[in-house]
Design a protein around this ligand. Sequence first.
Ligand code: CAA
Length: 254
Amino acid sequence: MASAGRFALVTGGRQGIGAAVVRRLAEKGYSVAVADLPNRDETEEKAGVVPAGGAFFGCNVGDAEDVARAMGEVHAWVAECDPERSVGALDVVVNSAGVTRDAMALKVESATWDAVMEINLRGSFLMVRLKEASEGEWAGEQAIVNMSSIVALHGNVGQTAYCASKAGVVGMTKALAKELAPSGIRVNAVAPGFIATPMTAAVPDKVMAMMRQQIPLGEVGEADDIAAVVEFLASRDARYVTGAVIEATGGLFM
Ligand code: CAA
């Protein structure tokens, strides 16, 4: 489905699943705002992080003030690109920024727990709330897609904070879906399994081998496998889908 003229914001768009989402949405004609930690050498365009017609916004999603500032900049960018629309009217927000701090539960410091919650859960909430507050009225045909994880639903050794944060994303997604449905805003989540990204590259070989054995489709997924699901949920084709958590896992933990 053509998506020209639609504006999307993707957090965590520098690498992994977020980067695949940026690429795919851009290919489908969206103008994409990429929000991620600012690059140390300011070469986002050169590094291919930002697609043609897109823009990069340095932002730490865990920092409320930083989110507010970046959202203001994103809104100004949208208004500049398309003076016809009301200030900042994004069509799609994809919350893909996330971190792991894997460790056995007894070794997890409370500061580590807080950092994971701050980025994975609170960061997604801040993005959505800021979008709503700054626009006053939602225009309908808009979609929010939150990145959860299959381990939110099934648990995983060494990931108490991560699993809790991603389970929080599921609850938040459903609550938001109910609150925003009257305004025509759909809110959904994706629960990826083990996907080839920098995040899974840090998993010990022994654990990866164990996981691989449990995947009925026999292989770890590609980031674009998840981007395809995000694209669907963001599109008008998903007009009757809200509050859903779509698993894309190769059948892991079926
Ligand atoms: N399932 C079953 N057993 C597991 C396991 C898993 N997922 N992960 C670790 N274990 C087992 C280990 O095999 C080991 O067992 P033995 O004592 O019998 O050898 C035991 O737990 C302790 O593990 P380690 O020896 O590795 O202990 P450690 O303290 O050195 O490291 C750890 C612990 C940091 C949790 C490390 O095991 C690890 O990184 N595990 C992988 C965690 C993981 O799966 N992360 C997913 C990242 S990708 C992601 O998060 C994306 C997503 O949404 C899915």
